[in-house]
Design a protein around this ligand. Sequence first.
Ligand SMILES: [Zn+2]
Length: 431
Amino acid sequence: MRTRYTGGMLWDPEQAALIREDLWTQDGTVAWRGPQSADFPVDRVIDLKGLAVFPGFADVHVHLREPGFPYKETIATGSLACARGGYTVVCAMPNLNPVPDSPEHLAVEEDIIRRDAVIRVLPYGSITRGQKGEGELTDMAALAGRVCGFSDDGRGVKTAETMRAAMERCRAADSIISAHCEELSLIPPGAGIHDGQYAARHGLPGIPSESETAQIRRDIALARETGCRYHVCHVSAAASVAAIRAAKAERVDITCETAPHYLLLCDEDLPEDPLAPDSGRFKMNPPLRGRKDREALLEGLLDGTIDCIATDHAPHSAEEKSRGLTGSAMGIVGIETAFPLLYTHLVETGKVPLALLIDRLCVRPRARFRLGGGIGVGDRLEMTVFDLQADTVVDPADFVSKGKATPFAGWPLHAACRLTAVGENLAWNLL
Ligand SMILES: [Zn+2]
């Protein structure tokens, strides 16, 4: 099977720009790209005139909820939502049932992925048995070849002793730990939002930034000691950015991610009534923090401290998100809106160069998690095509994902995905 993609503006990593080129694939692998329509017989021609062509986005932090919670999301709906967002490869967190903590349990998830995924979905294995954040570690050597890394996302690994042993085991297995950092002993009961001006004004218990930063500091020391490849999930606080910047300067093997909502929102954007049913769409863990934190995250993104933008796409049912800021489940969706939001509100506004955004969405996550794929000659094709002249708004009713809770409902978007291709498969196609 030979396909020619013609007429589009292709992302060129050397020039850090979109240039007019065609691209040919042979059996799903990029065989050639160039400005001329070379004499090359093809079975299929796909016209991308007027559209921008990027390497498929890579998200190292999504929740696809299957096996275990298909009422929230399934591999079928979640992976199609990923394709619609321009993603060709995503790393699925292990807070599932069964938890992928053994080869047998992992096989349950792998079977559903093989059957239903429309893009590449790579499972994480859990760090601890049952993903409890404590107790017995998983057999990482037995799992490492079948997972993208190890995480207990949703909870922090409770003790330094457990994390040290996990890092030693992970290093021996030549894998990576992706850590949700949260020191529960620093969080008052019932806290669901940031411990900042909004919580104080409403007399609500808050989640202090220190609960994140303290565990990051602990893990930095352990990563230095063990030499483990280590990645911090969803960084939300200014002090965390500073701690990671300092660790990188000391050559600790550390990377990190933040998410679009932490770059675009802060606790000044929370709805005035914390009990309003609709305010649940502003609730996630870690919470939206202060304006200074948001600014520090942007600075960290620009200076390279923050390596990846991940979505932490975390769908829940409408009912679970209907109980306001205080009672709703933690987590929002984000995979369908990440690039359009970042393009419209960070690139078009001049805050972030497009090349930097592509680096953090495509290049660095692929390199750090060894994901492969792209639009370079020799790559297994992973490509997404956007209309950058689109003019639309975020409409949750239109989401492919089963989850509809987003704080960005109604926000303008100037980018819309027209095509996402993985190998020969057109996983999303509005051409
Ligand atoms: Zn998490």
